[in-house]
Design a protein. Structure first.
Length: 148
Protein backbone atom coordinates (compact mmCIF):
# COMPACT_ATOMS: atom_id res chain seq x y z
CA UNK A 1 0.00 0.00 0.00
CA UNK A 2 2.90 2.32 0.72
CA UNK A 3 4.29 1.79 -2.79
CA UNK A 4 0.94 3.03 -4.14
CA UNK A 5 0.97 6.03 -1.83
CA UNK A 6 -2.15 4.56 -0.25
CA UNK A 7 -0.97 3.58 3.23
CA UNK A 8 -3.95 5.46 4.68
CA UNK A 9 -6.20 2.73 3.28
CA UNK A 10 -4.48 0.24 5.55
CA UNK A 11 -4.91 2.61 8.48
CA UNK A 12 -8.65 2.90 7.77
CA UNK A 13 -9.10 -0.87 7.55
CA UNK A 14 -8.93 -1.48 11.34
CA UNK A 15 -8.87 0.27 14.69
CA UNK A 16 -5.38 -0.97 15.52
CA UNK A 17 -2.68 -1.88 13.03
CA UNK A 18 0.47 -3.63 14.16
CA UNK A 19 3.38 -5.13 12.31
CA UNK A 20 6.32 -7.22 13.43
CA UNK A 21 9.80 -5.74 13.48
CA UNK A 22 10.89 -8.06 10.64
CA UNK A 23 8.43 -6.41 8.26
CA UNK A 24 9.76 -2.96 9.09
CA UNK A 25 13.30 -4.28 8.60
CA UNK A 26 12.33 -5.66 5.16
CA UNK A 27 10.85 -2.30 4.16
CA UNK A 28 14.10 -0.58 5.13
CA UNK A 29 16.24 -2.73 2.81
CA UNK A 30 15.55 -0.51 -0.23
CA UNK A 31 14.88 3.01 1.08
CA UNK A 32 12.44 5.02 -1.01
CA UNK A 33 9.29 7.12 -0.61
CA UNK A 34 7.34 4.04 0.52
CA UNK A 35 9.94 3.39 3.22
CA UNK A 36 9.59 6.94 4.46
CA UNK A 37 5.80 6.59 4.56
CA UNK A 38 6.03 3.39 6.61
CA UNK A 39 8.60 4.99 8.94
CA UNK A 40 6.28 7.95 9.46
CA UNK A 41 3.33 5.64 10.14
CA UNK A 42 5.43 3.69 12.66
CA UNK A 43 5.82 6.90 14.65
CA UNK A 44 2.07 7.41 14.84
CA UNK A 45 -0.65 4.85 14.03
CA UNK A 46 1.38 1.76 13.04
CA UNK A 47 2.46 -0.22 16.09
CA UNK A 48 5.70 -2.13 15.47
CA UNK A 49 6.15 -5.06 17.84
CA UNK A 50 8.65 -7.77 18.56
CA UNK A 51 7.35 -11.31 18.38
CA UNK A 52 7.71 -13.04 21.73
CA UNK A 53 7.18 -16.61 20.52
CA UNK A 54 10.45 -17.17 18.67
CA UNK A 55 9.78 -20.91 18.58
CA UNK A 56 6.67 -20.34 16.45
CA UNK A 57 8.69 -18.11 14.13
CA UNK A 58 11.38 -20.80 13.77
CA UNK A 59 8.76 -23.40 12.85
CA UNK A 60 7.15 -21.09 10.30
CA UNK A 61 10.55 -20.34 8.77
CA UNK A 62 10.55 -23.88 7.40
CA UNK A 63 8.23 -22.66 4.65
CA UNK A 64 8.11 -18.87 4.84
CA UNK A 65 10.40 -15.88 4.91
CA UNK A 66 11.02 -14.04 8.18
CA UNK A 67 8.52 -11.22 7.63
CA UNK A 68 5.66 -13.57 6.83
CA UNK A 69 6.57 -15.92 9.69
CA UNK A 70 6.57 -13.02 12.14
CA UNK A 71 3.27 -11.65 10.80
CA UNK A 72 1.58 -14.98 11.48
CA UNK A 73 3.22 -15.48 14.89
CA UNK A 74 2.37 -11.93 15.97
CA UNK A 75 -1.23 -12.32 14.79
CA UNK A 76 -1.59 -15.38 17.02
CA UNK A 77 0.06 -13.60 19.98
CA UNK A 78 -2.12 -10.51 19.63
CA UNK A 79 -5.25 -12.47 18.76
CA UNK A 80 -5.59 -10.30 15.68
CA UNK A 81 -8.96 -10.17 13.97
CA UNK A 82 -7.30 -10.23 10.56
CA UNK A 83 -3.90 -10.11 8.96
CA UNK A 84 -2.68 -8.80 5.64
CA UNK A 85 -0.82 -11.37 3.54
CA UNK A 86 -0.37 -11.71 -0.19
CA UNK A 87 2.07 -14.62 -0.43
CA UNK A 88 0.13 -17.80 -1.25
CA UNK A 89 2.19 -20.09 1.00
CA UNK A 90 1.87 -17.67 3.91
CA UNK A 91 -1.89 -17.45 3.36
CA UNK A 92 -2.15 -21.25 3.45
CA UNK A 93 -0.19 -21.44 6.73
CA UNK A 94 -2.31 -18.70 8.27
CA UNK A 95 -5.57 -20.35 7.23
CA UNK A 96 -4.43 -23.65 8.74
CA UNK A 97 -3.83 -21.76 11.97
CA UNK A 98 -7.38 -20.40 11.90
CA UNK A 99 -6.45 -16.82 11.03
CA UNK A 100 -8.62 -14.49 8.94
CA UNK A 101 -6.69 -13.06 6.00
CA UNK A 102 -7.05 -10.17 3.63
CA UNK A 103 -4.67 -9.34 0.81
CA UNK A 104 -3.82 -6.20 -1.06
CA UNK A 105 -6.59 -6.90 -3.57
CA UNK A 106 -9.10 -7.20 -0.74
CA UNK A 107 -7.93 -3.95 0.82
CA UNK A 108 -8.26 -2.16 -2.50
CA UNK A 109 -11.71 -3.62 -3.15
CA UNK A 110 -12.93 -2.59 0.30
CA UNK A 111 -11.57 0.92 -0.24
CA UNK A 112 -13.36 1.13 -3.61
CA UNK A 113 -16.64 -0.08 -2.12
CA UNK A 114 -16.32 2.57 0.63
CA UNK A 115 -15.74 5.21 -2.06
CA UNK A 116 -12.17 5.97 -0.94
CA UNK A 117 -10.59 5.28 -4.31
CA UNK A 118 -12.11 5.97 -7.73
CA UNK A 119 -10.87 2.83 -9.49
CA UNK A 120 -9.54 -0.55 -8.37
CA UNK A 121 -8.41 -1.23 -11.93
CA UNK A 122 -6.07 1.76 -11.94
CA UNK A 123 -4.57 0.75 -8.59
CA UNK A 124 -4.04 -2.83 -9.78
CA UNK A 125 -2.34 -1.58 -12.93
CA UNK A 126 -0.07 0.63 -10.82
CA UNK A 127 0.77 -2.33 -8.57
CA UNK A 128 1.55 -4.56 -11.53
CA UNK A 129 3.82 -1.87 -12.98
CA UNK A 130 5.71 -2.00 -9.68
CA UNK A 131 6.20 -5.77 -10.08
CA UNK A 132 3.29 -7.00 -7.94
CA UNK A 133 2.10 -10.35 -9.23
CA UNK A 134 -1.53 -11.35 -9.00
CA UNK A 135 -3.52 -14.10 -10.67
CA UNK A 136 -5.63 -12.84 -13.58
CA UNK A 137 -8.64 -14.72 -12.19
CA UNK A 138 -8.35 -12.77 -8.93
CA UNK A 139 -8.05 -9.47 -10.79
CA UNK A 140 -11.18 -10.31 -12.78
CA UNK A 141 -13.12 -11.28 -9.65
CA UNK A 142 -12.10 -8.09 -7.83
CA UNK A 143 -12.99 -5.90 -10.81
CA UNK A 144 -16.34 -7.65 -11.19
CA UNK A 145 -17.10 -7.16 -7.47
CA UNK A 146 -16.11 -3.49 -7.76
CA UNK A 147 -18.34 -3.03 -10.78
CA UNK A 148 -15.46 -2.15 -13.07
Amino acid sequence: MAKLGRLELLQKSADTICAPQAVLDEVRVRPDAATRAVEKASRSWLSVREVNNRYAVEILLAGLDLGEAEVIALAKECRADRLVLDDLDARRFARRMGLDIVGTMGLLLAARLRGEIPSVKEEIQRLQALGFRVAPALVNAVLREAGE
